[in-house]
Design a protein around this ligand. Structure first.
Ligand SMILES: Cc1ncc(C[n+]2csc(CCOP(=O)(O)OP(=O)(O)O)c2C)c(N)n1
Length: 320
């Protein structure tokens, strides 16, 4: 039986909180020296991942980028195993070998995060070709940033996907910056969705801070793609509240600009709508928050207690 619309929205709210708490906790772990290397957090962009992925089927493929924890958790992956992967534990989705930027979960139709800017776009396009070739009704969600939309891979992929009417929804999370470069200084054509016209395909822009808007527009795009009418380019206007990666003092933008975007925090906006339009009590929302906080704390403890990979594990999956 289909869940009631309000239950779906509450689940979206819960997932957005889970992603936010997960990323904040990860940031703390780095600061305390409990984790090495770096990571890219998606704090602020939660409505994009949750809105699009909740509008798709669980069997639709996902291809993600370097900022992929939100996409993984929105698909319903186990936070213990995502933390485990980041900590190099054998319980991680790739046995702890992949880490943040090389994490896949084939049994969740998650084809992987990807550290190469724009690198996932042709992977998604190839997967869409395979689906069409096999006459499957599934489609591919390809997530990438505004910076990636300036890579050759973006243009090559959209061209062939449109020509061959491949079942792929290209989702550009325009968070206004590629590292320190504002989109206005890097991109000749704005909004980015307008570029779809160059490839005779549909291009749509939506408010990436409004979960309900993202879900509604994504559902329309997905229906179009699944009907066989060809790919769609969906651009979501959003903002990363954090730096590009772990050590980024954000000298390239003002605190005033950040404060303006913080007023449109997608979690705060959804909470407000759930209370005012759907009659959900503040207590109920607060108890979801408390549950999520406890779940994340428990997930970190379980992942930390799990065994680390050894030499044998490191060589697993090496065939030649
Ligand atoms: C081919 C390639 N060039 C450069 C980089 C370095 N790099 C890592 S993330 C990033 C910015 C990507 O910006 P965007 O696509 O807008 O995604 P965002 O980080 O904003 O989510 C760059 C240039 C890279 N990883 N791969």
């Amino acid at each position: 039986m289909e869940p009631k619309p309000i239950d779906l929205l509450l689940d979206c709210f819960r997932k957005m909180l889970l992603i936010r708490r997960f990323e904040e906790t990860l940031s703390d772990l780095f600061e305390r020296g409990a984790l090495g290397g770096t990571s890219h957090f998606c704090i602020g962009q939660e409505a994009c991942a949750v809105g699009v992925i909740s509008a798709a089927a669980d069997t639709d493929y996902i291809v993600s980028n370097h900022r992929g924890h939100g996409h993984l958790l929105a698909r319903g992956l186990d936070p213990v195993r995502v933390f485990g992967e980041l900590m190099g534990r054998t319980i991680g989705y790739c046995g702890g070998r992949g880490g943040s930027q090389h994490m896949c979960a084939m049994d969740h139709s998650f084809l992987g995060t990807n550290g190469i800017t724009g690198g996932g776009i042709p992977v998604a396009t190839g997967a869409a070709f395979a689906l069409k070739y096999r006459k499957e009704s599934r489609l591919v969600l390809a997530f990438f940033g505004d910076g990636a939309a300036n890579q050759g891979t973006f243009h090559e992929s959209l061209n062939i996907a449109s020509l061959w009417k491949l079942p792929v929804l290209y989702v550009c999370e325009n968070n206004r910056y590629g590292m320190s470069v504002p989109v206005s200084a890097s991109t000749s054509c704005l909004p980015i969705a307008k570029r779809a016209a160059a490839y005779s395909m549909r291009g749509v822009t939506a408010d990436g801070m409004d979960l309900l808007a993202v879900r509604r527009v994504a559902a329309e795009c997905i229906a179009h793609v699944r009907s066989g009418a060809g790919p769609v380019l969906l651009e979501l206007e959003t903002y990363r509240f954090c730096g590009h990666s772990k050590n980024d003092p954000r000298v390239y933008r003002s605190r005033e600009e950040e404060a303006r975007w913080a007023e449109r925090d997608c979690i705060v906006l959804l909470g407000k709508r759930l209370r005012e339009e759907f009659g959900i009590s503040p207590d109920r929302l607060e108890s979801i928050r408390t549950e999520v906080d406890a779940e994340v704390e428990q997930a970190v403890a379980e992942a930390q207690a799990a065994p680390s990979g050894d030499d044998r594990c490191a060589l697993g999956g090496v065939y030649a």
